[in-house]
Ligand binder design. Structure first.
Ligand code: HEM
Ligand code: HEM
Ligand code: SF4
Ligand code: SF4
Length: 381
């Protein structure tokens, strides 16, 4: 495409520059019924999966229809969302913290038309464009990351596995039969962008081989001390190596100390670590962010490795579905997955789910590892 200037002058980059203006004030975008009743809501109800009503002290009502979204979306899709908002909601809409979309109407009579319109829209491949759901004790959207769509450090993809998992648990997006909400999150590397460390079910991409070392470039591309300091197990040290007749400053890695976190690659482009066969995913369970009943919890690793199986990750989706079913059948009402596993004991969690307990699951990272072992005779056979 031929170049079209926006008016920016590269010869005078600072001229006419606007900066530090921040985001638009959210009040600019409120539907009238929200603006009028802000801070004066009396109560709310979940009318059905995906549909809520909030009633204000004034008696005003606002009906919300929540729909699933792929998070990664085209401008065409956003335009379609806008078209729906124009048609039914006076041009207003919002995105949730789990990247679902919410359409709001101020009168019950507008609800049926909106719902029917949303449910009728499908992609050519057959997938729902705007599946209604994600409320109450069900499974809402999966908080996820960039994967092979955009990042350079992933050990797995994000959009692909998320689509495969949501297809597997789709019924539970559209109903509320769980003991409590089940939050699923996915991160494509141990940086854990997002919420994997605090979700009922977390999926994380992992490596199983140490980085390769591009000695020729290490001292050219990297600030070597930064790479040394990036290693949580101090496996990285500076060294000199001979390449042909040249002696260069480079890096050495103690493979037996390396646990393949990939942090040194984040700091140093000369330490690539990804590997088709070696890379895969692990499953963590039992995290939560809310303070309801129990304090927030970190999720714990319960499956140390599942291979990447593109494009549908069948072993991963099967395990997740199984964990969810065992939880749904055994936990008490309001009990989050982590609360349930803590109450019955993790040995019972492994027994009920049939997941294999391997040595990988035993914490061996520094002093705090000790506190994850059992200093008690209290256990069940
Ligand atoms: C100097 C380091 C980094 C640079 C230059 C960088 C650059 C970028 C760029 C250019 C985008 C795309 C923005 C767009 O599409 O409009 C992006 C997106 C993103 N980055 Fe980074 N990034 C860096 C570090 C990180 C780190 C350390 C993390 C996580 C710990 C991260 C997580 C993300 C995520 C989650 C997105 C959004 C992806 C999506 O929505 O598809 N980035 N980054
Ligand atoms: C002060 C710290 C942070 C700021 C200011 C910040 C800011 C942002 C911004 C502006 C976006 C893009 C929102 C959008 O336009 O859609 C974003 C998205 C995101 N951030 Fe952060 N972020 C911070 C810390 C983090 C951290 C520490 C992580 C992970 C460990 C993280 C993970 C993500 C992810 C996964 C997204 C993508 C969400 C999505 O598009 O679905 N952020 N963040
Ligand atoms: S989790 Fe890792 S691989 Fe995925 S987007 Fe974040 S930094 Fe990149
Ligand atoms: S991958 Fe992680 S553990 Fe291995 S050398 Fe690099 S920083 Fe250290």
């Amino acid at each position: 495409m031929a170049f079209i200037s926006s008016g920016y002058n590269p010869a005078k980059p600072m001229e006419g520059r606007i900066t530090d203006i921040g985001p638009r004030d959210y009040n600019d975008f409120l539907p009238p019924v929200i603006a009028k009743n802000k801070g004066k809501w009396a109560y709310h109800e979940i009318l059905e999966p995906g549909v809520l009503v909030h009633v204000a002290e004034s008696g005003d009502k606002v009906f919300t229809v929540r729909v699933g979204a792929a998070r990664l979306m085209s401008v065409t899709h956003i335009r379609e969302i806008c078209e729906i908002a124009d048609k039914h909601c006076g041009g207003h809409l919002r995105f949730t913290t789990r990247n679902n979309v919410e359409f709001m109407v101020d009168d019950e009579s507008k609800l049926a038309g909106l719902k029917a319109d949303l449910a009728s829209r499908k992609f050519a491949g057959g997938s729902n464009k705007f599946p209604i759901g994600g409320t109450g004790a069900g499974i809402s959207n999966i908080v996820h990351t960039q994967g092979w769509v955009h990042c350079h450090t992933p050990a797995t993809d994000a959009s692909g596995p998320v689509k495969a998992i949501m297809d597997t648990v789709f019924d539970d997006f559209q109903n509320m039969r769980m003991p409590a909400p089940v939050r699923i999150a996915l991160a494509c590397c141990l940086n854990m962008c997002g919420a994997v460390h605090c979700s009922d079910i977390g999926v994380v991409g992992i490596h199983r081989k140490p980085p390769m070392i591009d000695h020729e470039w290490t001292d050219q591309l990297c600030e070597i001390p930064l790479a040394v300091a990036s290693c949580p197990t101090a496996a990285v040290r500076p060294t000199k190596v001979e390449i042909g007749d040249k002696k260069v400053n480079s890096i050495a890695i103690k493979n037996e100390r390396c646990m393949y976190c990939g942090n040194c690659y984040t700091m140093c482009p000369a330490l690539p670590i990804s590997d088709g066969e070696g890379d895969g995913l692990l499953i963590m369970v039992g995290g939560k962010v809310s303070n309801r009943i129990s304090q927030p919890m970190f999720s714990k690793v319960v499956v140390a490795y599942i291979p990447n199986e593109m494009p549908r990750w069948p072993s991963l989706t099967e395990k997740i579905k199984h964990i969810i079913e065992v939880y749904a059948a055994n936990a008490r009402k309001y009990e989050r997955l982590g609360e349930w596993a803590d109450r019955i004991g993790w040995e019972k969690f492994f027994e009920l789910t049939g997941l294999e307990f391997t040595h990988h699951l035993i914490d061996d990272f520094r002093d705090p590892a000790y506190y994850t072992w059992r200093q008690s005779t209290q256990f069940k056979f």
